[in-house]
Design a protein around this ligand. Structure first.
Ligand code: SAH
Length: 207
């Protein structure tokens, strides 16, 4: 999977490639889909949600430029696969999921891998995280209509936020960086994610 779908598309960061190689993706897909666990696409994980395509996980993981000491927040635990990859690269990782059932399954998979440093929370967005708790890296793995201010303000100085933003059917993956009190924004390309639902996203009837 890593050679054919990720390295072959030009991704070279050795730390990211090693992190992807060390996480068995089949542990994060439903048993009946295990034969497809290393396919080049997203897969359903229940509740209308998906585990992201491996290449998208690679793009987000590379773009967020993690250092081992970074504090990392993921919004949208889903299967737990992306957070398992992040936990190979940083010591302190918090992931938030709004659907209890998915959080429970993800927790089991992460424990099976011995990833005790991953802290899972069931909440809407970053609601469960104290507002004064700042992160060096924030990854949102669900598409938002706009960049939620609530997430931008959780960035520490020098922090990076990766988030898909745009209409439900097609989003742009954005990298937002904080420098003191100013923010820069760049595009990493087009993507399609399931919707971010709740206070900082779409209403559940829209998503
Ligand atoms: N990172 C995941 C991708 C999951 S899909 C993986 O590697 O498998 C996106 C997830 O975001 C879904 O599980 C969905 O329930 C969750 N989600 C959507 N809106 C959310 C919100 N406001 N807060 C937390 N999680 C949310």
């Amino acid at each position: 999977m890593v050679d054919e779908q990720i390295a072959a598309r030009g991704m070279r960061d050795p730390r990211v490639l090693a992190a992807l190689r060390s996480v068995p993706r089949h542990l994060f897909v439903p048993p009946e889909l295990r034969a497809h666990a290393y396919d080049d696409g997203a897969l359903p994980i229940g509740g209308g949600q998906t585990i992201s395509q491996p290449y998208i996980v690679a793009i987000m993981t590379e773009a967020v430029r993690l250092r081992q000491r970074d504090r990392v927040l993921e919004v949208g635990t889903g299967s737990g696969y992306q957070v398992a990859v992040l936990a190979q690269l940083a010591d302190r990782v918090v992931s938030v999921e709004r659907m209890v059932v998915l959080a429970r399954t993800a927790r089991r998979a992460l424990h099976a891998l011995g990833l005790q440093q991953v802290h899972l929370l069931v909440a809407d967005g970053a609601e469960a995280v104290r507002p004064d708790q700042l992160f060096d890296a924030v990854l949102v793995t669900a598409g938002a209509p706009t960049v939620p201010n609530q997430l931008r303000t959780r960035l520490a100085d020098g922090g990076r936020l990766i988030i898909p933003v745009g209409p439900l059917e097609l989003q742009t993956l954005l990298l937002i960086e904080r420098h003191g009190n100013s923010f820069t924004q760049s595009s990493l390309g087009s993507c399609v994610f399931v919707p971010l639902v709740g206070r900082s996203g779409w209403s559940s009837s829209q998503g």
